[in-house]
Write a protein that binds this ligand. Sequence first.
Ligand SMILES: C[S@@+](CC[C@H](N)C(=O)[O-])C[C@H]1O[C@@H](n2cnc3c(N)ncnc32)[C@H](O)[C@@H]1O
Length: 290
Amino acid sequence: MYHIPVMPLEVSHYLINNPNGLYIDCTFGDGGHTLYLLNNFKNIKIVAFDWDEDVSKRLFKKENLNNRVIFIRENFKNIKRSLLKININKVDGILADLGVSTKQLSNLERGFSFNSSVLDMRMDNRNKLTAKEIVNSYSPEDLADIFYTYGEEYKSRQIAKAIVLRRKTMIINTAIELQKIIYSVKRTRSKKNPATKVFQALRIFINNELKNLETLLFDSHKLLNTGGRIAIISFHSLEDRIVKKNFKHNSDSKIYKIITKKIITPSKIEIKNNCKSRSAKMRVAEKIDV
Ligand SMILES: C[S@@+](CC[C@H](N)C(=O)[O-])C[C@H]1O[C@@H](n2cnc3c(N)ncnc32)[C@H](O)[C@@H]1O
């Protein structure tokens, strides 16, 4: 199962300001956006980042695209340093489509989904910290803090207590077991799985997602040519808040012009065809001449 790129038309429209330019896809994933952009703008080139060992390489098999895309397995927070290593110090656009890909979510051995047979949640398996270690060793206070800070989970303390009680008798080994513990504390009538917020919180914490985004945003304006654009697609309010704050700060400092005064969201038709796109929000800014 491959990832359907979110808002491909909108991304093309807002990101591509130079049809002969060099662009960065910070979150290659299944290559959906990279492929779409390369196919629709025949003279652009893309440097794609992803830190997951298991990203789809199908794109590289397409011979005619090979000389137009470079792939770097690296955390996008190191974008500046990584590009310098290949002698790139300016680009025409930067795209980040945050979060996990469909492939990551649907692989039950990665631990991102509720039915996983493991408790892992690392996007980059070179990192050490897993969900299993956190759930089985962190203090109840630290667990509650993570659930509240990164998941805005209002039952964070009760869930943390239940986890600590359960692990006195057994090691919590799988996402399925963790989900059951959360169910024992939290029942909702809504369609949303009651474990959603805790799973989101663990994933964000383990992968240091908010800090990575902040570092990427901090460095991006230094990499953009005048007229170059940055487009960030986020899926929850914590990320969106960081993007909004960075764009506002750079706009006040006369570094960026904010292009999307009104946030861009998927059309009704897109949401109908790809329900995973429903919470996507895109903000775009343009580097201006200082
Ligand atoms: C939502 S998917 C991107 C999907 C892609 N746009 C597509 O259309 O196929 C997000 C991807 O970003 C990667 N990712 C998340 N944070 C990252 C980081 N800090 N550095 C590098 N890659 C990251 C994940 O491993 C995942 O593959």
